[in-house]
Design a protein around this ligand. Structure first.
Ligand code: NAD
Length: 290
């Protein structure tokens, strides 16, 4: 397939490289990042996109996505699909999709989970919003870049699924970390704590797969000095998106709101920026009740 790829950063570069390795022709554009192996760099986003059958965007946020989409959409070939894999707010995703569809294009919002490791290995999970027809066109690309693509319904529903998932993740990671810190203070061995909780009703992905305690459970960023993995800053971004969505939809999300507040404090005031989001454990370890 002829693909345009806009945004070749930490995630976009390995995703584009996997598409090239699978035999697709990829024209790329980024305002700063260098060309990944096999990607032909264009002089502008429009040049990368105008003859492509699918244009993939992997950008930092909704404001940038809307600006890039406003340039791309009028230049794209009718019937082509604009496939946004960035994590952005639901409202921006729906706006961009409406603009694309009005111009005779297909549009999908398809945020990912799996991080940089999943992008490099081609094992991402895509959560996809948009029409059946656009999903069918993009399907072979999801199969190259990921191991699973779930069609969640109309435009915006991919972003909705992503932020609901990550709201659960943020809350359960905090709960797991504060429970470890309490267990420490009660004299409970961390391995014993893991052995019980990981096979009891307190189990979760945060405990069982991504245990925040070093040396306990499967290998995780905790075993690597809390180098990300999934950075606390990105968790904060997703928690803020979930709170913005909850406000817009009049949904009561007190645990999500508190998780957003704690990650904001961690990232902005407590040296959490650039650390893995599971570094909440040393944060709790160092604190008392006040
Ligand atoms: P990144 O900052 O490494 O990459 C973004 C790229 O977009 C950069 O190279 C930047 O130069 C480029 N860019 C910015 N404005 C541009 C423009 N106007 N035109 C063209 N290029 C432009 O970020 P990332 O880690 O690759 O994340 C990308 C998206 O994926 C984000 O929405 C993020 O939330 C999401 N995401 C990231 C991860 C992760 O672990 N890194 C995991 C899941 C989802």
């Amino acid at each position: 397939m002829k693909i345009g790829f806009i945004g070749l950063g930490n995630m976009g570069a390995p995703m584009a490289a996997n598409l090239v390795a699978a035999g697709h022709s990829v024209a790329g554009f980024d305002t700063a990042a260098p060309a990944p192996e096999g990607v032909i760099m264009a002089a502008s986003a429009v040049e990368a996109a105008h003859t492509a059958e699918v244009v993939i965007t992997m950008l930092p946020n909704g404001t940038i996505l809307k600006a890039v989409a406003a340039e791309l959409i009028p230049a794209m070939t009718k019937g082509a699909v604009l496939l946004d894999c960035s994590t952005v707010d639901v409202a921006s995703a729906r706006e961009v999709a409406a603009m694309a569809e009005a111009a005779g294009l297909g549009a999908l919002d398809a945020p990912v989970s799996g991080g940089v490791g999943g992008a490099a290995a081609g094992t991402l999970t895509f959560m996809v919003g948009g029409s059946d027809a656009a999903f069918a066109i993009a399907r072979p690309l999801f199969d190259v870049m990921g191991q699973k693509a779930v069609h969640c319904g109309p435009s915006g529903n991919g972003q909705a699924a992503k932020i609901c998932n990550n709201m659960i993740l943020g809350v359960t990671m905090i709960a797991t970390c504060e429970a470890f810190a309490l267990a420490d203070k009660l004299g409970l061995d961390r391995q014993a704590m893991f052995d019980v909780v990981s096979t009891s009703s307190g189990q979760s992905w945060s405990m069982n797969t991504y245990c925040p305690a070093p040396g306990v459970g499967p290998k995780s960023p905790a075993d690597n000095g809390y180098k990300p993995g999934f950075a606390a800053d990105l968790m904060l971004k997703d928690l803020r998106l979930s709170q913005a969505a909850a406000e817009g939809a009049d949904a009561d999300t007190p645990m999500g709101a508190l998780a957003a507040e704690l990650y904001a404090r961690f990232v902005e005031d407590e040296d959490g920026r650039g650390r893995d989001f599971s570094a909440m454990l040393p944060r709790f370890e160092a604190r008392g009740r006040s």
